[in-house]
Design a protein around this ligand. Structure first.
Ligand code: PAF
Length: 282
């Protein structure tokens, strides 16, 4: 596995690989890798000649400086996991390399970002869209790999690709879970043992709500009960629980025939912000 820190060298390497007719797959990450990331790497390795992974804790997508400061950074451990999973080249740029000057351009995804993560983390998706656009331009991959765990991020990236005509395929891989159901996340490693034991309750709440959706319980009632269930478990501070259209991400007043529903949740546990989602197919 090759290692790059310079954006210029990374650009030139990926350009040469592209010109040689190799298929390039890119997995953008912020590091602290887990099995969810490795699944993306393996999916890319099955379809691509070059499996490119970027690790960059992107400051512009953090609206909370403390969250940015505490974000786990373990590049040596990450590198050791990547090669066996099939990564061929790793890009670890510096902030100065990615942001040689402050960006002026601002993204506005309209209704898609006026809800959930976008509503609770002002500027978050502007930062994601900025860095992802830079990474796409630098490597010019044929395919990019994202996890469904960040459901709204996937919708934003899909819109970004369409609106800016990026010539690449978006591959979305299912959420990888621990055996007790907790969605894998880099932030999980910040949970203390007691909180870690309670954490699967988030997914259990989602599953109970999904069952209600299948039974036709009204969206507002599903939301109210899920928020109540979470709030009753004192360790959790729910931020939102949404019953939304899986395509538009807009909260539902009623179910529409033939349209998938997504249940999305964000909650604090032990000072750590966890998100998760479940899709209920139509
Ligand atoms: O999902 C993430 O880890 C980040 O939002 C991403 C896509 C790597 C952009 O910084």
């Amino acid at each position: 596995m090759l290692n790059f820190t310079s954006a210029t060298e990374w650009r030139s390497y990926t350009e040469q690989a592209r010109c040689a007719g190799r298929r390039l797959g890119l997995i953008p990450t912020m590091g602290a890798l887990h099995a969810g990331h490795l699944q993306l790497v393996q999916a890319a390795a099955a379809e691509c000649d070059e499996v490119l992974v970027s690790i960059f804790v992107n400051p512009t997508q953090f609206n909370n400086p403390e969250d940015l400061r505490l974000y786990p950074r373990v590049p040596e451990q990450d590198a050791a996991l990547l090669a066996p999973a099939g990564c061929t080249a790793l890009f670890l740029p510096s902030v100065a390399d990615m942001y040689p000057q402050p960006t002026v351009l601002r993204f506005d995804f309209g209704a898609l970002e006026s809800v959930m993560e976008g509503a609770h983390r002002p500027g978050h998706f502007n930062g994601v869209a900025t860095v992802v656009s830079k990474l796409f331009h630098q490597a010019r991959p044929h395919a990019v790999y994202f996890g469904q765990k960040d459901f709204q991020q996937v919708a934003i990236v899909r819109q970004l690709i369409a609106d800016l005509s990026f010539d690449l395929e978006l591959v979305v891989c299912p959420t990888v879970r621990e055996t007790d159901g907790l969605a894998m996340s880099s932030r999980n490693r910040r949970l203390g043992p007691e909180a870690r034991a309670l954490a699967p309750f988030l997914y259990q709440t989602l599953q109970a709500a999904a069952q209600q959706v299948r039974q036709g319980v009204a969206p507002a009632l599903v939301q109210q009960q899920a928020l109540g269930t979470l709030a009753a478990e004192k360790a959790f501070t729910p931020e939102y629980f949404e019953v939304a259209d899986a395509q538009t991400l807009q909260p539902l007043a009623a179910y529409a025939p033939g349209r998938a529903v997504v249940l999305c949740v964000a909650a604090f546990l032990d000072g750590v912000r966890l998100i998760d989602n479940v899709v209920v197919e139509a």
